[in-house]
Design a protein around this ligand. Sequence first.
Ligand SMILES: [Zn+2]
Length: 364
Amino acid sequence: MKVILVLSVVLVLFALIFPVAAAWGTLPEESGDTPPASDVSDGPGEADDPGGADGPGGGSPFYVPDTPDTTQNDTAGGDSGVTVRLLDGGQVREMSLFDYLTLSVAAEMPAEFEPEALRAQAVALRTYYLYKLSHPVHEGADICSDSACCAAWRDEAFFRQRWGGDFEDNLEKLRSAVRDTDGLVLTYGGEAALAVFHSSSAGRTEDSAAVWSAALPYLVSVESPEGADTVPNFASSVAVSAAEFRDTVLGAYPEADLSGPVSEWIGEASLTGSGRVGSVLIGGVSVPGTALRSLFGLRSTALSFRCSEDAVTIVSLGYGHGVGMSQYGANVMASEGADFREILANYYPGTELRDMGAVILIPD
Ligand SMILES: [Zn+2]
């Protein structure tokens, strides 16, 4: 079998032409890594907390699947013909892309979500996987199962325990979502898009430039329909004593002046285009919303403050970095009749849905 890895050439050209895209390798903050699929890291696939992959993996640029044979398949497309090398629990496991995606969708989105939302999630994860192939971060593996690094994945035993008597039905539902979108990926400029996603937004998704300091043309702020009536725990709050708030802020921003009354500590906030907090003045120092989120373990940067004499309460709306597809938003769109193509077109504007066989591999 002779396989020409055309996309690698395309990628090199793309990187030369679009340095912003090439810069993604060093984008997110200081980590030097591409962003995780999502940044909801407190457990994959929780019924009320979908979302949950973060982080880059590493591996070979284009891994040529050894299963498909061009004599049998002229398009080389299809999830079953691609072998995924998954770093999980310190070991590299090999499985078909179909099996990988089924259990990754299961780990990233509640099985009870609408079928069209699950299909959109399957495409996003397939696309994210292909993106990782061209932006490798794991030696000897394409992607890992750590939601804080790449995208969440759990084995069947995990879901057998979680789902109990619903295991077979749920698994078949997720398999259908993957099967119904077999081989479809989101592309931009011929390359697999960086199809990040998050759990829920507050009205609008976030522009990637507001979170990772560089812009991608398809990761821009768009409307998202979910809210308090469709998202469990849509509003969440973190309350800390004034002393703890002061110590936490001073630990990161020692130049902040928090000597006065609590009511004067927090000043004006500048909002991003999506209405999230881009930065806020605390003790006279400009603190990025993303830094606050990290310092206080907030679920999002769509936040507001309530101060009393001796405490500060921070209320967040939605969950996650807000970039790319909102999972709850996708579910609301699906419940209102949108199909996965419409959902993906809303959250990744300007991308093109293509068969991965046409993108990655050209058979002899
Ligand atoms: Zn990883």
